[in-house]
Design a protein around this ligand. Structure first.
Ligand SMILES: *Cc1c(COP(=O)(O)O)cnc(C)c1O
Length: 418
């Protein structure tokens, strides 16, 4: 059972000021989830969540997290700039990128961010373009991992990270070039539904950290478990028990790191989806019904506002607001307006009878939703609203306008008078 965080009545009140389509986020849900999450890792002294900015790169959202101790996990120039604008600098930024352009390393170094190297060749590259810092992180790709899935593929097919022998060589090179403190990172599975993911990953990274310390003498100051904790997109799925996940990592820490005297190792995370996805929704209006070989409901939104169903065939639960308890009597394809047949929020979905004007609430769009939006077909992306804990609603990002779309186009010289 999945329940929207706004009622039909609230949604109607909101649409008077902010017409559909819009993304809306639940401040209360975001904060409560973050506090539960922090509590699960409070046993670790240096613990920090670096929110994966790419999931929801909206200042009004990021601030909710950074005001409560989170850093930012950035992967591009503009994400670094966004952090800087929000006053997040130094070791509160994790820069986890790949195939990194030089100017991104330059800005990351200027801001004092922790740099997470994706490849052994990036050691020389970074040294050349921006110099090496005292603290650095390396991304590990073990090639095989027991808990993998289709978003990330098998580690051996994933483009990220150093191999195990490259880690040893890389650490030695970095030490010889004056690096003093090391982190180890891996991101091996996405949207995981088992509480075993983080503990299993932690074990792998802790063991590798012990080996690297013994082998090279490097001081390991943190382990970065990255993102990947999933959320229940399907109504019959149980949410991950975060307390259990924290306990599992603690057990691994006590078994592997403590006996080696590595009791000062901080645990970092870079979650995006887990922090935000359930606390955001895309709200659209049913504007067309079409009965041909199938029954279609056309919305005033499209994949440009939420790409996951079109891109991964991802399931997003749909509630017809006000019809939460109505019998599900119709099988619909719920579509957007793109000239692309994969522009469907749901295929063969059993739903209550939908009338034109009904408000359609698409669940779990709070991460990798608005953020993955695009402008195909000249579509203008929806804005974002924040439902505050006191019930008030604030626009935290406006809807795109035709002027935004035309801003990069250049007509000069095309129609000059002779
Ligand atoms: C995408 C990404 C994350 C966040 O992943 P989620 O699945 O949203 O938790 C964290 N770290 C890196 C390096 C990423 O690319």
């Amino acid at each position: 059972m999945k329940t929207p965080f706004i009622t039909l009545e609230k949604a109607r009140e909101i649409t008077k000021q902010f017409p559909t389509p819009f993304h809306i986020y639940d401040e209360k849900g975001i904060i409560e989830n973050l506090e539960r999450f922090k509590a699960a890792f409070s046993w670790n002294k240096g613990f920090r969540e670096y929110f994966a900015v790419k999931a929801t790169p909206t200042p009004g959202i990021i601030k909710l997290l950074t005001d409560r101790g989170c850093g930012t996990d950035c992967s591009s120039l503009t994400e670094l700039m966004l952090s800087e604008k929000m006053g997040i600098t130094g070791e509160r930024i994790m820069f986890s990128s790949n195939a990194t352009p030089p100017e991104e390393f330059v800005l990351a170094r200027k801001l004092g961010a922790i740099i997470n190297l994706d490849d052994i060749t990036h050691i020389d590259f970074l040294e050349r373009v921006a110099g090496l810092p005292e603290t650095i992180c390396c991304r590990y790709n073990p090639g095989v991992f027991t808990i993998s899935n289709s978003i990330m593929d098998e580690p051996s097919n994933a483009k990220y990270g150093f191999t195990r022998p490259q880690l040893s060589e890389g650490f030695k090179t970095l030490l010889s070039k004056g690096v003093k403190h090391f982190g180890l990172h891996a991101f091996l599975s996405s949207n995981t539904s088992t509480e075993e993911y983080y503990p299993t990953l932690a074990r792998e990274l802790f063991k590798t950290a012990v080996e690297l310390k013994k082998e090279t003498g490097a001081h390991i100051s943190f382990i970065n478990l990255s993102g990947g904790i999933g959320i229940p997109y399907y109504p019959d799925q149980a949410p991950n028990d975060i307390a259990l996940i924290g306990e599992g990592v603690k057990k691994a820490y006590e078994e592997i790191l403590i006996p080696e005297g590595m009791d000062d190792v901080a645990i970092y995370t870079e979650l995006g989806r887990y922090m935000l996805a359930p606390y955001g929704a895309l709200v659209a209006t049913a504007i067309h019904r079409k009965d041909t070989h199938k029954h279609y409901i056309g919305l005033d939104s499209c994949a440009c506002d939420l790409m996951r169903p079109a891109m991964y065939g991802a399931y997003h639960h749909i509630t017809v607001l006000g019809k939460e308890d109505a019998p599900k009597v119709q099988t619909y394809d719920v579509t957007g307006s793109l000239c692309e047949n994969n522009d469907k929020f749901a295929v063969d979905r059993l739903l209550p009878e939908i009338e034109m004007g009904d408000l359609i609430y698409i669940h779990d769009a709070g991460a990798h939703g608005r953020a993955m939006g695009y402008n195909y077909n000249g579509k203008l992306r929806a804005g974002e609203l924040l439902l505050h804990t006191d019930g008030s609603v604030e626009m935290i990002r406006r809807r795109e306008t035709p002027e935004d779309y035309f801003a990069t186009l250049d007509f000069t010289g095309l129609f000059d008078e002779k």
